[in-house]
Design a protein around this ligand. Structure first.
Ligand code: DGY
Length: 349
């Protein structure tokens, strides 16, 4: 509670967080909560003007927290809390220099994003974009059931394919939750690429294999991952180190029947190379929840022309339960940060 006459603590929030979450901030008399008033992504100019003098900023992944923003905020900024698990929009080096804590929202969205990852894998392999669009256009009768019409490769193990390999670019929390979902579909092997700064851990791999009843779990290089996977899940952090990790060379090495799924960040996949790979049938299909340059994806985008490319507008974490969890955690990060406490989900900067 702010003592009468004492200054309130300013918290700037770049998006209204809904009736269940906002009161956690608005009901605190000691806070001066300034919220972006519109139902669209926060205007950068508005944030630059309103972050001035803030102790905390609660932002979305669309807000670039760079030098200009830190300078606009001034020296009183103690915490930036992003309502996302990704944090490549925040200059972490600057945050460390200025002793600004960074809060993010891991764990609460793991299951929701894993659901969408698996959904996109099956949507891409089973031609869902092309076939659902055909029904929506009223054209079903033009292509009725026929023995091999609309067929795609079977991702689950079948009488022909008794082994199935899931490949992960990055084996973090969401990848593991995705892997767990693939087991009942008969997946037998898991391969993954690790963070180049960490060492392989054969014992942990053996434990993961045992836990899921897989024949093997192996850390491999990118080339092997591309060549052996029936489905490649791109689930690494964004940022300059991983930019275009999936490029023409990677895509050319993939199986013709394989699908690529990206539910991480658009920057990891070279869109032009992927469009070429789909057009020239180096791979079967792709399921994307994110694209480089989103949300500015116009009708002339090369990937929109590819009927085997299912594209969703970044809905990986979009369940009511998950967004409630993310919003609540983002607020709790703010509250801990302004009290100088360790954040419930704090990034090591
Ligand atoms: C995140 O939290 O980073 C996700 O991409 C948002 O859904």
């Amino acid at each position: 509670q702010a003592a009468p006459g004492s200054q309130k603590i300013k918290v700037v929030v770049s998006r209204h967080l809904g009736p269940d979450v906002m009161p956690l901030l608005l009901d605190r008399p000691e806070l001066d909560v300034v919220v972006w008033p519109e139902e669209r992504a926060c205007d950068r100019r508005w944030l630059l003007e309103n972050i001035v003098g803030a102790t905390a900023a609660l932002v979305m992944l669309s807000e670039k927290m760079d030098q200009e923003m830190f300078e606009a905020a001034g020296p009183g900024l103690r915490v930036i809390s992003t309502m996302s698990v990704g944090y490549e929009h925040i200059d972490l080096k600057l945050a460390a220099e200025r002793k600004v804590k960074i809060g993010y929202t891991p764990d609460v969205l793991t299951e929701a994003v894993a659901d969408v990852s698996v959904m996109l894998a099956f949507m891409a392999s089973r031609n869902v974009r092309e076939t659902a669009e055909l029904v929506a256009r009223g054209d079903w009768s033009k292509t009725p059931w026929a023995p091999f019409v609309f067929c795609g490769p079977q991702l689950s193990a079948s009488w022909i394919n008794t082994t199935r390999t899931a490949g992960f670019i990055g084996l973090g929390r969401i990848s593991k939750a995705t892997l767990a979902r693939l087991i009942p579909f008969g997946f037998t092997h898991c391969i993954y690429t690790g963070n180049p700064h960490s060492k392989p851990n054969l014992e942990a791999d053996a434990q993961t294999a045992q836990k899921y009843g897989l024949q093997s779990v192996r850390r491999v290089g990118l080339d092997e991952l591309a060549a052996e996977s029936d489905v490649v899940f791109v689930l690494a952090p964004g940022g300059p180190e991983t930019r275009h990790i999936v490029n023409e060379s990677f895509l050319r090495k993939m199986k013709k029947t394989a699908v690529l799924v990206n539910t991480a960040r658009g920057t990891l996949v070279d869109s032009d190379a992927l469009a070429k790979a789909l057009r020239e049938k180096w791979i079967w299909g792709a399921g994307l929840d994110v694209i480089e340059g989103e949300p500015d994806v116009r009708l002339d985008h090369p990937l929109l022309k590819e009927s085997r490319c299912v594209i969703l507008p970044h809905i990986g974490s979009a369940t009511n339960e998950t967004r409630l969890g993310m919003g609540t955690l983002a607020v709790n990060n703010v509250l801990a940060g302004i009290q100088g406490k360790k954040l419930p989900a704090e990034l090591d900067t």
